[in-house]
Design a protein around this ligand. Structure first.
Ligand code: MRU
Length: 374
């Protein structure tokens, strides 16, 4: 029992309930049977409690598990922008809740919409969720209900992605994944790891190569942590090691998530995805993208239309972590005075993508227009 659980129990204790009670109540509020777990207890990456949005404080992972209550839509927007919550689907669900908070606060809804929509420009799900709440809710009650429906839908779609992608992961599979597209990133289950989780729960032997994913290390910090909760065998590798393992024949397939998929099948995902797709093609390895259909943006004709978020260069200069003495902090890894570029995403051209795993089935990138006319 580390400080991790002590904190959690203190947090829930202060609300007059044990962690188990809180999770039991939460589990009862959804209809699905299987949920992702932290030390055996069920969680989502985000939910609403009263007027607050409750999130898992992701930058503290893997060393501390801490929940954060966001009191109004501005705090929620800030949490999305600073990546306290991140990952396309979780961003969408959180934004939906943030919009519901704006209704509850009685503030100018157009302004609140703008505050939320400007937080992470690449993720299509952000706008998808905000537009839905805005279009369908005429009262605060309806806004909360719509935001809940959006979050539930992500969970249902993630479960479907798990089922659809399952045949791609037979026993003995060695999968490479990039960034974190797991349950922290899609409310529950995740996109890319969902078929892996299901295969593992079915008792199949699955192994995952986890790209560390510089500069923010979502693979090393979050995907590995998720896999440890589920007991999925994996190894974290430096971003530049994947090519070696592919060439040695130690990768059977790649599955990654997506932040926005253009109508022609080009995919924006975490920076570094493109390199892995090209290497996979070079080595004859299938390269799959998993995403709910809300990530497909038919208004973007190709990847060239997708806005690429440029983040603060300090994310390249500094790395966060914990010392052997368990002191958390960040250290500078670049020379002071050096400049850095920090594009958060890249675009993988459709020609490198074997298939897109959605809740509606596996689609060839060239067939998106036919299958997902909107
Ligand atoms: O910048 P992040 O951490 O939000 O980027 C996350 C990714 O790129 C994920 O692969 C993507 O959002 C899919 S999440 C289901």
């Amino acid at each position: 029992m580390g400080s991790f659980w002590v904190f959690y129990d203190q947090y829930m204790g202060s609300k007059g309930r044990s962690g188990a009670e809180a999770c039991g109540e939460f589990a009862a509020s959804v209809t699905l049977l299987l949920h992702m777990k932290v030390r055996g207890k069920e969680y989502r990456a985000v939910w609403m409690k009263g007027r607050d949005v409750v999130v898992i404080n992701q930058p503290l992972l893997p060393h501390r598990f801490e929940l954060l209550r966001l009191k109004n839509h501005r705090e929620t927007a800030r949490a999305i922008k600073t990546m306290i919550v991140r990952g396309a689907g979780t961003i969408g669900a959180t934004a939906g809740y943030g919009m519901a908070q704006a209704y509850l606060e009685g503030v100018d809804l157009d302004r609140a919409y703008r505050t939320l929509v400007e937080t992470r420009p690449t993720a299509a799900d952000l706008k998808h969720a905000l537009d839905r709440v805005r279009a369908r809710a005429t009262s605060a009650k309806e806004a909360v209900a719509e935001a809940e429906a959006i979050a539930d839908e992500y969970v249902e779609r993630a479960e479907e992605i798990a089922r659809v992608g399952l045949p791609l992961v037979p026993s003995g599979s060695r999968v490479l994944t990039h960034c974190n597209a797991g349950w922290l990133a899609l409310v529950d289950w995740g996109s890319a790891p969902a078929p892996i989780y299901l295969a593992h729960r079915k008792g199949r032997k699955v192994f995952v190569w986890v790209d560390e994913t510089r500069p923010r290390n979502q693979g090393a910090n979050l995907t590995s942590w998720e896999f440890l909760q589920e007991g999925v065998p994996h190894k974290i590798i430096a971003d530049n090691a994947g090519g070696l393992y592919m060439r040695r024949g130690e990768v059977d397939l790649c599955i990654v998530g997506a932040d926005r998929i253009a109508a022609n099948g080009d995919v924006a995902n975490k920076i570094g995805t493109y390199q892995k797709a090209v290497l996979a093609r070079e080595n004859g390895i299938p390269f799959y993208v998993a995403a709910p259909s809300s990530t497909i943006d038919m208004k973007c004709r190709s990847g060239d239309d997708i806005p690429i978020e440029e983040r603060d260069e300090d994310e390249v200069h500094y790395i966060s972590g914990q010392t052997n003495g368990k002191k958390s902090g960040r250290v500078r890894v670049t020379p002071r005075g050096a400049a850095a570029g920090n594009p958060a995403f890249d675009v993988t051209p459709a020609k490198y993508i074997t298939g897109i795993i959605t809740e509606r089935g596996i689609v060839k990138p060239g067939e998106l227009r036919k299958q997902f006319r909107k």
